[in-house]
Structure formats: C-alpha cells, structure tokens
Design a protein around this ligand. Structure first.
Ligand code: SAH
Ligand code: SF4
Ligand code: F3S
Length: 439
C-alpha cells in the first residue's frame, strides 16, 4: 500500500453549479480549520479535492482527465479526493478506474473529510457516499469566507424527478436548513464583509421553515428577515422551480427593496408534450402566465432561464415551440444545453434519442436568439442609473468590475474598493457587459 503522510496543504477545485461552489468553500474552510493551508495559484498541494459535477457527460469526463494531470513529474501524486456529484453517482467506478484516487466523498458526507484524510494518509482507500441523517451543516466550522458577494445554501436536494436529471439521485431528497442556522450563517458572512447574499438550493423556492416566533414561513419570509440585517444590501436566490413560485414570493419582489430584480426560472422547453415527458409538471402557458405575474409585481425584473434541446422525441415542431417561448419571454440571460443521457434516469432509455447534428443545429439557433435578447435587454438599460456592487479590479488601470441589480457586469473607472456600492449611469451595452460612468 502506498503510504502518504498527513497533508499540510490543500486545493479544492469546484466544477459544478453554485451549490457545488458553496460546498467547495465549506470544504476549504473545514480543511483550514484542521490546520492545513490553502495552496497558492500554481503551487503544489499535498491534498487535492476535485469537487465534481455530474449534470452532463463532459463534466464527468473532465474529472478523469484532471486526475491524470495531477500526477507529478516524478510519478508521485498528491492525496486525491473526488467529491461532489460524480463521487455520489460513480464512486465505485472511480475507485476502480482511477487508482490514484484515495478518497471518494459524496455531497452529503463531506463534513467527515478529516476522518477520511486520517485513514487515507495511513494508506487506506476510503469511500463515503452516505446521505447521513445527522446534519452536515452542524458539523462544519463557522464561515470564514470574505467576499462582497457570498453564497448561502438554504435548501438541498430535489423531489421533482425531471426525467433527464441526476440531481435527485446525487443530492437526495429535499431538505430545508433551519431558519436560525441560516440567520446565524448570514450574520457571519455579513460580519466578514458580504454586502450581497445569494440563497442557494436546487429548488430554493421550496424552502420552508419556522421563524423565531415559531410561525411557518417560506422563502419570502426568509428573504424579509435577511433584509433586516443592516449591513446587507442585496439578497438574491437561485434556482427556482415554476411550481414553487408562490404569490408571497412574487409579492416580495415588489415589497422588499433589498431583493434584487432578477429571477432565474428554468423552463427547459416550450412544447407541452416535451414538458410532460420531462415530468416538469407545468405547461408552456402556465409558465408564461407566471412570468407575467412576476413582471406585474416588478416590471423591471430580469428573467433568466435554462433550456435543454434534443430531449428524446423532440420534433421540429416541438423545438419551434421552444423558440416561440424565447420570443415570448425575451430573457435577459439564459443557459442552454444539449440533452445528455444520464445513466439511471428514465429519459436515458426513452425511444427516439435525437441525433447530435440535429441537437447542434437547434442549440445554435436557440443561442443566437438568446444572445439577441440579452443584448436587447442590456441596450434597454443604457441611460439608467443604478448601484453597482464592486467585485474586482478590471484589466485596465483604475478599472473596476461589478454587478448591477439585474446581474449585468458593469465596468467603470474610479477610486474604489471591493465591496463598495457605487452609483453609476449605464453607458454602452454589449451582450455580456456594460460600460458605466460614476454619477
Ligand atoms: N434545479 C434546477 C437546476 C438543475 S441543473 C432546475 O430545476 O432548474 C441545471 C440545468 O442543467 C437544468 O436546468 C437543465 O437545463 C440542465 N440539465 C439538467 N440535466 C440535464 C441533462 N441530462 N442534459 C442536459 N441538460 C441538463
Ligand atoms: Fe433536476 Fe428537475 Fe430537480 Fe431541477 S427540478 S434539480 S432539473 S430534477
Ligand atoms: Fe452538478 Fe451536482 Fe450541481 S450534478 S449541477 S454539481 S447538483
């Protein structure tokens, strides 16, 4: 057996969604609390955690090539842990296929990493893909991350079982974290300098809990409570499911100033038969109505979405319905993907899988329409004044980059610091960013 000494330095690489990034931050904090140091850019690390994503094929393949690349010139490897959703879905296979991997840890078990590192350092190969009933979050150290914009996972898992999706299998059943834990964590983040908090969950708007007085509340209630933190300027949440978009949450968009005018509400497709085959439990029409109501509550809101092209059985007419949906909604931003059959999901074995050339062509058309609307949305913002949260320095001298309330990237020059909220006028628009002038 290949004996390795206890690691002194570590690196965590995250590949997935924002929740995966959040998990990566928490793992880094956990390893830091064990006395290990984060390796700097380009520095060799004793321990590397690959925090993986399983949502589409390429994501999983990337993990194997990354493992190969971690081998050093002298033939040795760091202590490698594969974490995240690929670990959960393919733990055994990883252990068989990649001999350099010494730990496999699922997204609900990473609070046990320190124990696992002890065993792996003594030469064992350890797998933990349990979904333990004990609270992972309670076992993690307090937040230490310093950033003007921070993530906070409030809800995990998914009970929706869309037929194409691995998340219900890799993340398990829906759970909501308790209200008081979330307020505590948010307070910690604000103390460390967060001006903006993005609440995360695979179905974030399904969050439920009890407030300090024992009353049942939903995500709108949580947002309202967080908005009371004096030094917190902005609240966002993602990702929502259309079926959990309550009237109260819609109302919060018109009533809570700190709730930013942005809603990521994936629709996936514009055709009802495809939506039914996807098990989305909403129709194209009900989605459009919902967006209308959100826009009534907050007319300037930026709507974003996700699309899948080439779901099994998608005809030309079905795809045209998706294009029609884009034309109707006019998204401020949207992500679109080629359907990727995921092992173990119902759609993977459905008849009429779509040829890749057809998917490529559809994706191109869809993305062109989305880019057109993104640019139109940004152009329509020109001339507006708004606050920008300064996130980092730009490439040019004196240039800063930040986000508008509508989550657009804006760049401007001046004498500022990360975390400042700066009043600007938006000047010129591209599809992915805007230039601005400080007012
Ligand atoms: N919980 C969120 C996000 C899930 S994953 C939601 O329900 O919307 C993020 C996006 O990945 C999905 O919205 C979907 O567009 C895409 N996706 C998920 N599974 C996929 C698959 N098998 N092939 C292609 N895209 C997929
Ligand atoms: Fe996946 Fe559907 Fe759940 Fe979103 S709602 S995580 S797409 S199963
Ligand atoms: Fe990927 Fe898992 Fe997130 S599969 S998208 S890292 S929930």
């Amino acid at each position: 057996m290949n004996k390795v000494s206890i690691p002194k330095s570590f690196r965590v690489k995250s590949f997935g969604c924002q929740m995966n990034v959040y998990d990566g931050e928490r793992m880094a904090e956990l390893l830091g609390a064990q006395g290990m140091d984060a390796a700097g850019e380009g520095e060799d690390a004793d321990l590397v955690v690959l925090n993986t994503c399983h949502i589409r094929e390429k994501a999983a393949e990337k993990v194997y090539s990354d493992i190969g690349r971690l081998r050093r010139e002298d033939g040795s490897s760091p202590l490698i842990a594969v974490a995240g959703c690929v670990a959960q879905a393919e733990g055994e296979e990883i252990m068989k296929r990649a001999k350099d991997v010494r730990m496999v840890v699922g997204p609900q078990a990473y609070h046990r990493l320190p124990e696992m590192i002890g065993k792996a350092s003594a030469g064992e190969r350890v797998t933990d893909t349990d979904m333990p009933a004990e609270a992972k979050f309670g076992a993690l150290p307090a937040r230490r991350k310093r950033a003007p914009s921070a993530f906070l996972t409030v809800q995990e898992g998914c009970d929706k079982f869309c037929t194409y999706c691995v998340v219900p299998y890799t993340r398990g059943a829906e759970i909501s974290r308790p209200f008081s834990d979330l307020i505590d964590e948010a307070q910690k983040l604000v103390e460390q300098g967060a001006r903006e908090i993005t609440l995360l969950g695979q179905n974030v708007n399904a969050w439920t809990g009890e407030d300090a007085k024992g009353r049942d509340i939903g995500l709108d209630g949580l947002v309202r409570e967080l908005a009371k933190l004096p030094d917190l300027a902005r609240v966002r949440y993602t990702t929502s499911h259309p079926n959990d978009m309550t009237d109260a949450l819609i109302a919060a968009h018109s009533e809570v100033d700190k709730l930013m005018p942005y809603l990521h509400l994936p629709v996936q497709a514009g055709s009802d038969p495809i939506l039914a085959a996807m098990n989305r439990s909403h129709t194209a029409e009900s989605y459009i109505r919902l967006i209308e109501r959100v826009r009534e509550a907050r007319p300037d809101i930026a709507i974003s979405g996700d699309f899948i092209v080439g779901f099994p059985g998608e005809t030309d007419a079905d795809f045209e319905a998706t294009m029609q949906m884009v034309d109707t909604i006019r998204y401020a931003a949207a992500f679109s993907f080629k359907y990727s059959p995921r092992p173990g999901t119902p759609a993977a074995t459905m008849d009429d899988q779509i040829a890749v050339e057809v998917m490529d062509e559809r994706l191109q058309r869809l993305q062109a329409a989305i880019t057109r609307d993104q640019l139109a949305f940004n152009r329509a913002s020109v001339g507006k004044t708004c606050q920008v949260l300064v996130e980092r320095k730009g490439r040019r001298e004196g240039q800063w980059l930040g986000k508008t309330p509508w989550l657009q990237s804006a760049h401007f020059t001046g004498d500022y610091a990360v975390g400042d909220l700066v009043e600007v006028e938006l000047l010129e628009a591209g599809p992915n960013s805007l230039s601005a002038r400080v007012c």
